[in-house]
Design a protein around this ligand. Structure first.
Ligand code: ADP
Length: 553
């Protein structure tokens, strides 16, 4: 803007300068011309009176200066010319315009341009009393010659004027632009130094500023809302442009790809080059919905990509991914569980059917009958126990709501000891309860199951004459339930798996003791239901200690 204003001012100044020069030159030329003519008339009159008085003698020793003096008789014959020595060779001057006019009227004047065109000559003639004519002429410069003659001073003046104009134009343009540059865009109406003419513009600017401020505030609020929602999502959300450039990524997705906000603006494939991701983005960019599970180390993520359409044209891609490791694991476990349950149920049933068939066909001796019937009964009760355990696990799995109530763990432990006295006595195992009375808010039935399974295992996998101690401690931040036995112990390699469904360290021994392989699994789920943690400490041949830690709210 400054440049344009400068150029305009400078151009105007130059035009004005040139026009002024032209006008001044014109006036000067006219003034000089009229002054010169008046001087020539006066000089002609003076010379005429001199010649009138002295005749030819007047010219003796006369210095005409720049003037040419010609004297002709009444017939036009040249009597004297200060520039020609041999006047007899000069042609007759009677036809010269000014001389002819002087001969006729007394005075005559004319003006002629020389061949070079740079000079004009003015002539003035006066008739004397004897009829002769005295003519004086002087060269007058044409305007071109005048300009050419004044070229040097003119050029200096013009250069100076142009320099001054340039300087003035530069200062003026800066001064004009300064109020624009100094406008405080944040407070347009507080600009006192601005031009009055700018008031409507500043008012509109203020209105626009307010509108933009409101819009950007709204936009920021929406962005913050969006960020708050997406950043608190456990799912990964990624938005891409139509060429695969990342526009937005929430925290979960940054964690998944091990990156930070610096990746925004880069191609998604710079984060991860695996072919599945390329395929996923590719088909969404082609306008198709695409879903696939991609492995990230030990975790599995379900990716879902959808095109973002604008008038049927794919403008971008929206990718949503969530961790399905637990879900897939649960599905696998459920499948395995169903297979295991079927297998576990089939075995005792086949055994019952086999025994019943033998009895039915009269193949069992009378004295063996009680043993066979006893076998059928024990297999049937194992089935009932198994089905009971499966039902309880299913209930916990399904997350069925169970009423919570204050439960005294010590009281529960004593009840459990009572119910196990018979089987403990059979192996001469001593069962005892120690510790404080500790009340927790929980599901009585689940806690009963938990205590029963722990104590039942402590008895089942114990040695003749062994001990089982149930200890309850009411600590400051947790209640600890410990079941300690002096049994066979669990090998180190099996300790991580005993809480899995149907896992048994020694299948035959477990079956002999009537185990279903679901006891510790129920304990684990019951503990999870109460937000408790389980720890296991066991040494083969020494014994096992299982501790359940109930956190206090
Ligand atoms: P089960 O019904 O077979 O006892 P559990 O889930 O209760 O099934 O236990 C899983 C396995 O862990 C058992 O088969 C057994 O081998 C082992 N186990 C559980 N508790 C003890 C314990 N107190 N002492 C030694 N082994 C144990």
């Amino acid at each position: 803007m400054t440049g344009r204003i400068f150029r305009s001012i400078f151009l105007v100044a130059c035009i004005v300068l040139v026009v002024c020069f032209a006008v001044i030159m014109g006036f000067m030329y006219r003034y000089f011309a009229s002054t010169q003519k008046e001087a020539l008339i006066t000089e002609t009159a003076l010379a005429a009176s001199g010649v009138e008085h002295s005749g030819m003698e007047y010219f003796d020793g006369l210095d005409g200066g720049k003037h040419r003096i010609t004297w002709v008789d009444s017939s036009g014959r040249v009597l004297y010319d200060n520039e020609v020595s041999d006047v007899s060779s000069m042609e007759n001057h009677a036809d010269r315009e000014e001389i002819a006019e002087a001969l006729a009227t007394g005075v005559g004047e004319s003006e002629r341009t020389s061949e070079t065109l740079s000079e004009r000559t003015i002539y003035y003639a006066k008739r004397l009393s004897d009829g002769s004519v005295l003519r004086l002429s002087v060269n007058r410069y044409t305007i071109v010659a005048l300009v050419l003659g004044m070229l040097q001073p003119l050029a200096i003046i013009l250069a100076l004027a142009i320099a001054i104009s340039a300087f003035a134009a530069s200062r003026a343009s800066k001064r004009i632009v300064r109020p624009f540059n100094n406008i405080d865009l944040d407070h347009p109406l507080e600009n006192d130094s601005a031009y009055k003419e700018m008031a409507p513009f500043l008012t509109r600017l203020e209105a626009q500023r307010r509108r933009i401020a409101a819009q950007s505030e709204e936009l920021n609020r929406k962005c913050e809302e969006f960020a708050a929602i997406t950043d608190n999502m456990s799912e990964c959300l990624i938005l891409l442009t139509s060429d695969g450039t990342i526009v937005a990524m929430n925290k979960a997705s940054m964690q998944l790809f091990g990156t930070d906000s610096g990746c925004i603006g880069n191609d998604i494939l710079t984060l991860d080059r695996r072919s599945e991701l390329r395929e996923l983005v590719g088909s969404a960019l082609e306008g198709k919905h695409c879903e696939m599970i991609i492995d990230f180390g030990t975790s599995k993520y379900q990716f879902s990509a959808d095109p973002v359409l604008h008038d049927t044209v794919t403008d971008g891609v929206c990718i949503l991914a969530f961790d399905v490791t637990a879900r897939l694991l649960a599905e696998t476990q459920r499948r395995e569980f169903s297979a295991n349950v079927s297998h576990e149920i089939k075995t005792p049933l086949q055994s019952i059917i086999g025994s019943a068939e033998l009895i039915e066909n009269g193949l069992v001796q009378e004295e063996d009958m009680p043993r066979f019937i006893g076998h059928i009964r024990s297999e049937a009760s194992r089935l009932v126990m198994l089905i009971g355990d499966v039902i309880r696990l299913s209930q916990i799995d399904e997350g069925v709501y169970m009423e919570k109530e204050p439960v005294d763990l010590r009281e529960l432990a004593e009840e459990t000891v009572m119910s196990l006295t018979h089987s403990a006595d059979a192996k001469h195992i001593s069962l005892s309860v120690d510790g404080d009375a500790a009340v927790i808010t929980g599901v009585r039935r689940l806690l009963q199951e938990m205590l029963f399974n722990l104590c039942d295992n402590a008895v089942k996998y114990n040695v003749e004459g062994g001990n089982v101690l149930i200890d309850i401690r009411d600590g400051t931040d947790a209640i600890l339930l410990t079941v300690k036995d002096t049994g066979i112990g669990i090998p180190l390699e099996a300790q991580g798996r005993v809480f899995e469904r149907f896992y048994r360290v020694d299948k035959s021994h477990s079956k002999d003791t009537g185990g279903t392989g679901l006891g510790l699994s129920i304990v684990k789920h019951a503990a999870l239901y109460h937000g408790a943690e389980i720890s296991l400490d066991s040494t083969v041949g020494v014994g096992t200690t299982i501790t359940v830690r109930f956190k206090k709210q």
